[in-house]
Design a protein around this ligand. Sequence first.
Ligand code: PDD
Length: 275
Amino acid sequence: MNGEFLPYEQAVIPVEDRGFIFADGIYEVIRVYGGKMFRAEDHMARLQRSAAAIRLPLPLSTSNLLQAAAELVRRDGLDEASIYLEITRGPAPRTHTFPAEVRPTVVGFARPVSAPAPNYIENGASAITLPDERWLRCDVKSVGLLLNTLAKQKAVEQGAYDALFIRDGYLTEATSSNAMAVFGGKIYTHPLNNLVLPGITRKVVLELCDQLGIPVVEEAVPAAELVRADEVFITGTVTEVLAITTLDGRPVGTGKPGPIFRQLHAAFVRYSRGQ
Ligand code: PDD
């Protein structure tokens, strides 16, 4: 935190930190496989993009940030982990305008994490659809995640694993993952614009599709078409690649993870662990 490695209990944020008061901050979650950060450069590029979007000059270089993150993983002795990094506009007396002198808060921690349980890979997970009531800058990795948490909570309370957001009749993404649907052997996924996060896992999966010759169409899927999808799956740093086999209580395709998911999941595991 702010240049120091501290015992967890000592890493304390002032109550008027703008991250706490206004959700005035950005974050990244980076996966560690075998002690090494996965696609760290992509995460840093997105962090820089998010920082620019909220007009927050980064107080340190991304290479220094990555060094600190690597050191964190080393000190915690973690092989399989997620690293959470957050940068806020720092503490200041509460007023909406930016402080005259910004002292950003930079904090990071690592947690042990494991791949989704084999049962999820084997059978897939269930999801519900919910209206996407989030703001119109979902491309920014902002810590303002209240609508995401409310949607995930609703899904879990209804016995589902996740929620898929529908905006103006089209599938955007999931609560902490991007979403893809398969129709006739082609993958459809929302184009990168203000309505979805430019996911690093999405990017990796599209690269794998290219290598495997799986056609991809970056077009939003109408929610009404989802009942006819052969496959639906979600992608994310912690989720990896996960099939959605039940949607709003109805089976997707055969109700089992489909062939395209299986091919991509295997390729993703090989690639992420092989690095
Ligand atoms: N979530 N969409 C949303 C809304 C997300 O929050 C995330 C990531 C993604 C997938 O992006 P990536 O593949 O780069 O992880 C898509 C992180 C993991 C989280 O909030 O925990």
